[in-house]
Design a binder for this molecule. Structure first.
Ligand code: GLN
Ligand code: ZN
Length: 517
């Protein structure tokens, strides 16, 4: 019986009496338990190697935990990882392009199995048999602690003041943002447009060195030309540049921020048959240069309508990367937030008046244990507010959250204090709007009207019905019209048809509300 992913607490007392031969416990998240006579005759498997991260870690401390287990009363002790190795890539030796110094601090699945074998040897033959391996791991840990970039004085020198988390009141912002001149039920999208075969090919050619950087840049600009022209033609109100330059909404930022490294082969399963290649956040995070400004301002130069700047939020960047284990996540999140905060300042200076900071992973990272949730929600919300808190009153901050269990995190969403929040709603037929009305939420909200997980084109009537439900439940001034999520996985044909239907449905509903208001 294995109990990965958490401390067992008093549950172990019960499990110890269960008719099983062996019990595996997570000693990375959990503590070494107190002595338990019921363990007699059983094997206790100590999950002392972290199955969740990619660090080589403190092998000596891991061995000390196993030795402590010996006193608990079990008949046999064995070594293991804290979780299955599903969350880590295969073999760090495949990473020939990574800095060898960084590589020496890492352990992927193969290396973790090697560590377990070492610890087992130590249990069988005594500590002396494995001192070399323990010392080598300790030396790597010390080297990592002192390496340049892991602790960057310039990043750490910034004392965050409480005022940096605060914008002026929503009422003040709402009135300053009147200058955006948006119609009732403003129409927008979540950011990405279809990532076509052409885009993927051009990126691959550029990465192989077959397409010069200037040509790739030109290619992306032609793509943005088309995406902006399409949105104008459709009649959307707030445009996007379409994100053609991004392979992935987190990796793109990781590639442009200091403190991150990108692997070549570090694939892990994300869900079902999908895989992702998380970046490694190994050092203090800073932004050597603006990241998205040239794309957003190019798109803005093509249209008189507002173009939304598009950033990935700190929580999502952390959730979809391998994070450092040597400081609290909240501290790392604030470093990312400060980099994004500078990006927002630069976007504003370039004339971008609406900026979206995506946080689709906010719910995903919520701890399972109720006792841990308040702390998580506190640092996650604060990092978002630190990222966005420097925006002028007239700059409209949007966020996007994917999932539709609004109720679970409504307080957090309220605390994010974004001016507009878009959320998935099409599949639940707008049920979430009733939740929003019930919980009370007075900022802008864009419940999705187009399920982008399917190639199906929603009809005008169907979208109209969803919109009418939203208009019935929530004040008109709050409502936005948008798809459930980004369009990058969709093909153009169905995307254009769906957007056309969304525009037509919105036109019909606007006509009615204009009569009744
Ligand atoms: N802006 C991103 C996109 O449109 C958001 C994606 C997401 O929420 N997962 O692709
Ligand atoms: Zn989404």
């Amino acid at each position: 019986m294995a109990a990965p992913y958490a401390a067992l607490g008093t549950t172990l007392d019960v499990l110890a009496t269960a008719p099983v031969e062996a019990i595996g416990i997570d000693l990375v998240r959990g503590e070494v338990p107190a002595a338990l006579p019921a363990l007699e005759g059983k094997t206790l498997v100590g999950g002392v190697i972290d199955g969740h991260n990619i660090w080589r870690g403190d092998l000596d401390a891991a061995f000390a935990k196993l030795e402590a287990l010996r006193d608990l009363g079990a008949s046999h002790i064995s070594a293991s990882t804290s979780t299955s190795l599903l969350h880590v890539p295969h073999d760090v030796d495949d990473e020939t392009a990574l800095d060898p110094r960084l590589v020496s601090w890492l352990a992927f699945a193969d290396q973790k199995v090697g560590q377990v074998v070492t610890l087992a040897e130590g249990l069988a033959q005594g500590r002396d048999a494995i001192t070399d391996a323990l010392d080598a791991a300790s030396a790597a840990l010390a080297d990592r602690h002192d390496a340049p970039g892991v602790r960057d004085g310039a990043v750490r020198g910034h004392e965050v003041a409480e005022a940096e988390f605060l914008r002026v009141s929503y009422a003040e912002r709402e009135s300053a943002q009147q200058a955006l001149n948006l119609p009732a039920l403003p129409l927008t999208t979540i950011g990405s447009f279809p990532q076509t075969g052409d885009i993927r090919r051009a990126r691959a050619q550029f990465l192989r060195g077959e397409l010069p950087a200037d040509d790739y840049d030109d290619f992306l600009r032609r793509e943005i030309d088309q995406v902006v022209a399409l949105q104008e033609e459709l009649g959307l109100d707030v445009l996007v540049h379409g994100e053609p330059e991004r392979n992935d909404m987190v990796q793109y930022f990781a590639e442009h921020l200091d403190g991150f490294a990108v692997t070549q082969h570090g694939w892990v399963q994300s869900y079902g048959s999908r895989a992702t290649r998380p970046s490694i956040l190994w050092g203090d995070v800073s932004r050597p240069a603006p990241i998205t400004v040239s794309w957003a301002s190019y798109a803005q130069s093509l249209s008189a309508k507002p173009v939304k700047g598009m950033l990935t939020g700190p929580v999502t960047i952390l959730a979809w990367s391998f994070v450092r284990d040597d400081q609290p996540l909240g501290e790392t999140a604030n470093q990312v937030a400060l980099a994004l905060r500078d990006e927002i300042t630069d976007l504003e200076a370039a004339g971008i008046a609406i900026i979206q900071v995506d946080e689709p992973a906010l719910r995903e990272l919520l701890p399972l244990k109720a006792a841990d949730q308040a702390d998580y929600l506190d640092w996650s919300v604060r990092s978002f507010r630190l990222a966005t808190g420097g925006a002028a009153a007239g700059t409209q901050i949007h966020t996007h959250l994917c999932y539709s269990e609004f109720g679970v995190v409504i307080d957090a969403i309220r605390a994010l204090d974004a001016d507009v929040t878009s959320i998935e709603a099409a599949r639940s037929r707008m049920e979430v709007v009733a939740d929003i009305a019930r919980f009370g939420f007075d900022h802008g909200v864009g419940p999705g009207v187009y399920d982008i997980h399917s190639p199906r084109v929603p009809s005008v009537e169907e979208i109209e019905a969803l919109l009418r439900r939203a208009v019935d439940e929530l004040p008109l001034r709050q409502l936005w019209v948008n798809p459930d999520c980004g369009l990058k996985t969709r093909a153009y044909e169905e995307t254009v048809e769906s957007l056309r239907n969304i525009v037509e449905a919105t036109r019909r509903v606007r006509e009615d509300v204009a009569v009744t208001v």
